[in-house]
Design a protein around this ligand. Structure first.
Ligand SMILES: Nc1ncnc2c1ncn2[C@@H]1O[C@H](COP(=O)(O)OP(=O)(O)OP(=O)(O)O)[C@@H](O)[C@H]1O
Ligand SMILES: [Mg+2]
Length: 462
């Protein structure tokens, strides 16, 4: 499988980490695409940009947006990164969303166009439907058969694995190769689990716990599934989501079978080999064949390039070309620059957002605007709530004032240290008061004040 399994853990009392955008849960739109005023989805204000992003989401879902590019343009702290994140949340987990920052493509090991291409292909998904011969059922017996170690000594090895699977129509006892035993251990299969074993590859997949056990006392989060219908040995349609990049990586080391699923079986092997242009063309051919045969569906997703002015002229040219390829995702760019010289193009005149005019001409531009004072207050309130902070009304006004006078980011960043001061100062319930905010203001400079201070000395910090 293409995904790294991450166990879902519930009932954990540890506090969640809050990142800069933890309060953003979506675009907060009504079903007909209008922006809700109430701060739904954690988003406040910026209504037009949210509605535009909502349209983009609809078009991506209808697969009508591939090969196009959108630019989110606006001042620092006007919610561009937050908007992109909300778009990814609205798209759900089935549509690939690949976020990168412009500067990520520069590395000593990989060419920048290669890095860009890789991310392009991460943003295009393929939903593969395959009918496979499987053994599926609830595990009612799981006995490894031991044998003397053929190499002598006292160790014992597993010679076979006896497993009994039960389905609605009957049970079947299987005698399996020890290599499958490893796969079973890896999936942590135990009695009462519903699993399937692919007949020709021996791949084991745990579907969940049989719902006959649903009442047992269990601290772990479990997914309960009914006992499979039909016979144990049957044909089953298996749907898997992979990205083109997954296929590239899996095939950089050609071995194993010819079908897509066994290409995927090799995914988790660590060694990285180079993915050549030729290999990608081969993969595209295979993918197109599968699409024509109706075995697979293309799911074009979104590539988000934040701080796009960090790309250079070569990367922009490459972007132009890549957007024209038939297998292209929607590309969302974000920049807070106005007229800026393009990186790597010092002989060229400054260009809007640091993007070459020929690319600019292809973009749909979504502007984001600075917030007014009531929006700033609401954003700070939402943020304080997400961080679990208690802020008194006057302190909130004070922080909002700073948000207006200095910047939203600065105001948001003062919240956490102010709460520490409030706790140290023994305020009732850790409530942040005006004094705490003022003290923080004295402790931490904002960017402009700092720059002004530095401007007065030359070279050194005095
Ligand atoms: N409309 C909004 N509603 C709620 N939170 C917001 C909104 N706009 C911005 N924020 C929050 O304000 C902070 C700054 O926003 P964000 O990082 O998205 O700005 P940006 O436009 O990407 O800025 P930059 O150009 O500096 O990258 C983030 O914590 C973000 O979650
Ligand atoms: Mg940003």
């Amino acid at each position: 499988m293409a995904t790294v399994p991450i166990a879902e853990v519930k009932g954990n009392t540890r506090e969640n980490r809050t990142a800069a955008h933890s309060h953003i849960k979506g675009l907060g739109l009504t079903h007909d695409g209008r922006a809700l005023q109430s701060g739904a989805g954690g988003f406040i204000g910026q209504a037009a940009a949210r509605e535009a992003c909502g349209l983009v989401v609809d078009l991506v879902k209808a697969k009508k947006m591939s090969g196009r590019a959108v630019l989110l343009a606006g001042g620092p702290g006007t919610g561009k990164t937050a908007l992109a994140l909300a778009v990814s949340q609205e798209l759900g987990t089935k549509v690939p969303f690949c976020p990168i920052v412009g500067s990520e493509i520069y590395s000593a090991e990989v060419k920048k166009t290669e890095a860009l291409m890789e991310n392009f292909r991460r943003a295009i998904g393929l939903r593969v439907k395959e009918t496979k011969e499987v053994y599926e059922g609830e595990v009612t017996e799981l006995t490894p058969e031991e044998a003397e170690n053929p190499l002598g000594g006292y160790g014992r090895t597993i010679s076979h694995l006896l497993i009994t699977l039960k389905s609605a129509k009957g049970t079947k006892k299987l005698r399996l190769d020890p290599s499958i035993y490893e796969a079973i251990q890896k999936e942590r299969v135990r009695l009462g689990d519903v699993i399937y074993i692919e007949a020709n590859t021996g791949a084991v997949k745990r579907v969940g716990r049989s719902d006959a056990y649903a009442t047992e006392f269990d601290l772990e989060a479990e997914e309960y599934v009914p006992i499979p219908k039909g016979d144990v040995h049957k044909k089953k349609e298996i749907v898997q989501d992979v990205t083109l990049h997954d296929l590239d990586v899996a095939n950089a080391r050609p071995q194993g079978g010819q079908d897509i699923m066994s290409m995927m079986g090799q995914l988790m092997k660590p060694k990285k080999t180079e993915i050549t242009e030729k290999l990608r063309l081969e993969i595209n051919k295979v993918v197109n064949k599968y699409i024509d045969q109706g075995v697979a569906d293309l799911v074009p997703g979104v590539l988000f390039i934040d701080e796009v002015h960090m790309l250079d002229l070569e990367a922009f040219t490459f972007l132009n070309r890549a957007l024209e390829s038939p297998l292209s995702p929607l590309v969302i760019l974000a920049s807070n620059r106005g007229l800026t010289r393009i990186r790597g193009g010092s002989s060229l005149p400054a260009s809007a957002h640091g993007i070459p005019p020929d690319l600019l001409a292809r973009l749909l531009i979504v502007p984001t605007h600075p917030y007014n004072s009531s929006e700033i207050t609401s954003i700070i309130k939402t943020r304080a709530k997400t961080e679990g902070l208690n802020v008194s009304e006057p302190a909130l006004n004070k922080v909002s004032g700073l948000g207006e006078k200095i910047s939203l980011r600065y105001a948001l960043q003062l919240l956490a240290p102010a709460s520490v001061l409030a706790k140290v100062g023994g305020r009732e319930g850790g409530r942040i008061e005006v004094g705490d905010v003022e003290e923080c203001e004295g402790l931490f400079l904002d960017a402009k004040t700092s720059a002004k201070g530095l401007g007065m000395t030359e070279g050194f910090i005095m």
